[in-house]
Design a protein around this ligand. Structure first.
Ligand SMILES: Cc1ncc(COP(=O)(O)O)c(C=O)c1O
Length: 336
C-alpha cells in the first residue's frame, strides 16, 4: 500500500488521504494537521534545481560537464527532507506514528531538522539524539522547531546517538515511533521515487556519472537504483571520508562505523575517499568562485566529482549537494 500510495501521489502531490485506507480515523491521521489540510512546507519538498558549475571546473576537458543538484533549496534546508517525509508518511499511514507517540531517531542534524519541521507542521512531538560536538546552529534550529535534543558522547559519533535511541526505545517501546533512518526502507524509496527521476529528467537523460556522499546511504541506494534502471551504463560513485575521525558532517566512514542496514555494496560502482581538508577547501571555493554557499559534504561531493571528471574525455557528471552552508557558519575554516 505504501509503495502504491507513494508512487502514485509522491510528496510533491501529497494528498491528505492515504490510498487504500478504509478506517476513517487512520485515513485522517495520515496528514494530521488539525484541519486535515496538507501543510505548505510539505508541498515545497523536492523539485530542487540542477545547475552547471562553470568556475571550479575551468580546467576540465570541454566535453565534460559537472551539474550539481542543490538540495539545500528544500524547505528544511537539506536532502533529508525527502527521506523524513517518506518515513513520516509511511508511519502515519500505517499507524506506527499515532497520537501519543513521540518520533525518535539519531541524526547528525539534517534528518532531525526535517523531522522537527514535519512534527511542527503536522503536530507530533520529536525527540532526537545527536553527538554533542554538532555545531550550535543545528541545536538552535531544532529548538526553533520545538524538538527535544539529547546530546550524546561526541567520541562515539552518530553510532553513539543510535545506541542511546535504541536504549530509550527498549526501555519504553510504547512511548516511541523509532524512525530509524539507517534501516528504514522509506529512506531510499524517497530517492528512488523523487530525486532519481528529477535528475534523469533535468539532465535530459544524458547523465553518465552520479556522485553522492554516503551517510545512511539512502540517497545513493535510491537514486542509484532508479538511474541504473533507466541506463545501466551510468556509473554510481559513492563518497566517504578518508578516515574514521573526520569533519565531513553527514558522511560515514563505512570501514569503521556501523554499516546501515539499507546499504548494499552492490549499489555503488566505486567509492572515492575525500579528506576533511579537501571537502572544506572545495566548499570554500564553491562559495567564493561559484557563489554557491553549500555544506561540507557538498564540498566533498564536488571534490570527488572533479577527481572523476579528470579521468574522462567526455561525460555528464551529476553531484548531489546535500545542504547549504548556513548551519555550519561557526566552523572557522570559512574565514581561512
Ligand atoms: C550534510 C549531509 N550530507 C550527506 C548526507 C548523506 O545522505 P544519506 O544519508 O542519504 O547517505 C547527510 C545525511 O544525513 C547529510 O546530513
Amino acid at each position: 500500500m505504501f509503495q502504491t500510495y507513494l508512487s502514485t501521489n509522491g510528496p510533491h502531490r501529497a494528498s491528505s488521504r492515504c490510498k487504500g485506507e478504509t478506517n476513517a480515523r487512520q485515513t485522517n491521521a495520515c496528514f494530521a494537521a488539525p484541519d486535515h489540510r496538507v501543510p505548505a512546507v510539505i508541498s515545497l519538498i523536492g523539485n530542487t534545481p540542477l545547475v552547471r558549475l562553470t568556475s571550479v571546473t575551468r580546467s576540465l576537458p570541454g566535453k565534460v560537464s559537472l551539474l550539481v543538484k542543490l538540495e539545500g533549496m528544500n524547505p528544511g534546508g537539506s536532502v533529508k527532507d525527502r527521506a523524513a517525509l517518506f518515513i513520516v508518511q509511511e508511519a502515519l499511514c500505517t499507524g506506527k506514528l499515532a497520537p501519543g507517540k513521540i518520533l525518535i531517531d539519531a541524526t547528525s542534524g539534517n534528518t532531525g531538522i526535517a523531522y522537527a519541521m514535519l512534527g511542527a507542521a503536522l503536530g507530533f512531538p520529536v525527540r532526537l539524539a545527536m553527538a554533542a560536538n554538532v555545531g550550535p546552529e543545528r541545536i538552535r534550529i531544532l529548538q526553533a522547531y520545538g524538538a527535544e535534543v539529547i546530546l550524546t558522547d561526541p567520541e562515539a559519533r552518530t553510532d553513539g546517538a543510535r545506541r542511546m535511541v535504541r536504549d530509550l526505545v527498549a526501555a519504553s517501546p510504547e512511548l516511541y515511533f523509532h524512525a530509524d533512518q539507517y534501516s528504514n526502507p522509506a529512506n531510499p524509496l524517497a530517492h528512488y521515487l523523487t530525486t532519481g527521476p528529477e535528475i534523469w529528467r533535468q539532465s535530459g537523460g544524458k547523465i553518465t556519472h552520479f556522485v553522492a556522499g554516503m551517510g545512511t546511504s539512502g540517497t545513493m541506494m535510491g537514486v542509484g537504483r532508479y538511474l541504473r534502471e533507466r541506463n545501466p551504463a551510468i556509473q554510481l560513485i559513492g563518497v566517504q571520508p578518508d578516515r574514521a575521525q573526520h569533519s565531513i558532517t553527514g558522511l560515514k566512514y563505512l570501514a569503521a562505523d556501523d554499516v546501515p542496514a539499507i546499504y548494499d555494496p552492490a549499489g555503488v560502482d566505486r567509492i572515492v575517499e575525500i579528506s576533511g581538508e579537501e571537502a572544506q577547501e572545495m566548499a570554500r571555493r564553491l562559495a567564493r568562485e561559484e557563489g554557491l554557499f553549500v555544506g561540507i559534504s557538498a564540498g566533498a561531493a564536488v571534490a570527488a566529482a572533479i577527481r572523476i571528471a579528470q579521468e574522462l574525455d567526455e561525460g555528464v557528471i551529476v553531484a548531489l549537494l546535500p545542504d547549504g552552508g548556513f548551519k555550519y557558519t561557526s566552523a572557522p575554516f570559512w574565514a581561512e
